[in-house]
Design a protein around this ligand. Sequence first.
Ligand code: AMP
Ligand code: GLY
Length: 423
Amino acid sequence: MKVLIIGSGGREHAIAAKIKESKQLTAVYAAPGSDGMSDIAEKTGIAVTDNEGILAFVREKGIDMVFIGPEVPLLNGLADLLLKENVMVLGPQKDAAELEGSKAFCKHMMKKYDIPTAAYEVFDDMKAALAYLQTVSYPTVVKADGLAAGKGVIIAADEGEAAAAVKSMMEDKVFGDSGSRVVIEEFLKGEELSLLAFTDGETVVPMLPSQDHKRIDDDDMGPNTGGMGAYAPAPVGSPEIIEKAMEQVLKPMVRAMKEEGRPYRGVLYAGLMVDGDDVKVLEFNARFGDPETQAVLPLLDSDILDIVRAINEGTLSEQEIRWKDGYAVCVVISAKGYPASPVKGDVISGLDQELEDTFVFHAGTKLADGSFVSNGGRVLGVTAIAPELKAAIDKAYARVETIDFKECHYRHDIGRKAFRHLK
Ligand code: AMP
Ligand code: GLY
């Protein structure tokens, strides 16, 4: 089987590594791909937004299956185009990906189908949004409706901060058109949980629960990022919580999308807030999470190509999906200045060292004069697996410490929250 992966980050490197384990594989390419993953997925250089270029490549090489990593190509209708070519795809069609593409649509769906989430209002008019801010309690949450690369959510401590957020989105257009509509919602307390599931539009199969670390610094301090690390299985996702999330969130949403004539097939990611035994949705994403994937997929024990085939054939209910025992921990190493303005171009040392059961996923690197240099905000994701969480954490950090580049940054507390539940 010939496979193409769309994307170039750490998530896509982890997807490529899992695909590589399949005995059915004959070739794997990535668009654009990266130098860091080119040992397992041939780099094509085709941009994720170049639908025509991707289609031409798929025809030329006779690609059988395409994994779409990031959200932008999903919302550009890439899955729709590929399905017309009779190519198997992992990733929903455009009208189903709207669940991630518009927070207002997502909230509307949750309200209509009784899926638990924070109370909210949607505004297209700035004056009305500002007036509403006088009536809510604080903290409150202001969200740009459209895609904003994970940066479109502001937790405002008071009305001044909330009004500044609304103005930056609606007046200054810091997120372009994505902020011409805003969602203002109730602040939820609790612990976050990422529960991703495979679905063929009927059957919904959860992956191992995982937890992201959104803030740049230890103890959840500093600005939000794309994610500074993750681990799986996250014990906050107890069997009872997973059961609840499946029955109240994931299965109802898949049924709802079918009812709306937007059948959802692919990976459905529920970002959840867990407070005691209460589960509420923060967001849905239409794809694998980054960096959750770098922790979850190394533990997948089944052939991922079989799973994607079953999703495309509508036979997921017959597909066995097995997970390895133990834990996986991914620590992200970022560049100085991330998330605001990452410094690029520093030579990375230590990549050639080997440590058993560890994987170094390249997120933002490139080859320059034969050496890998930093080339993005999140530079590397270092994953380790071990039978116990503590051992996985220690091993991941042991590998992290062998790697260096100028003023690189990482959190020291990835996975620590889990011990609240494990003791
Ligand atoms: P989102 O992109 O919607 O997941 O939001 C990004 C991050 O903002 C989430 O991972 C949470 O940490 C936080 N967040 C979003 N919505 C809320 C909410 N209603 N209450 C508390 N935190 C939130
Ligand atoms: N880790 C959060 C995301 O992928 O959206």
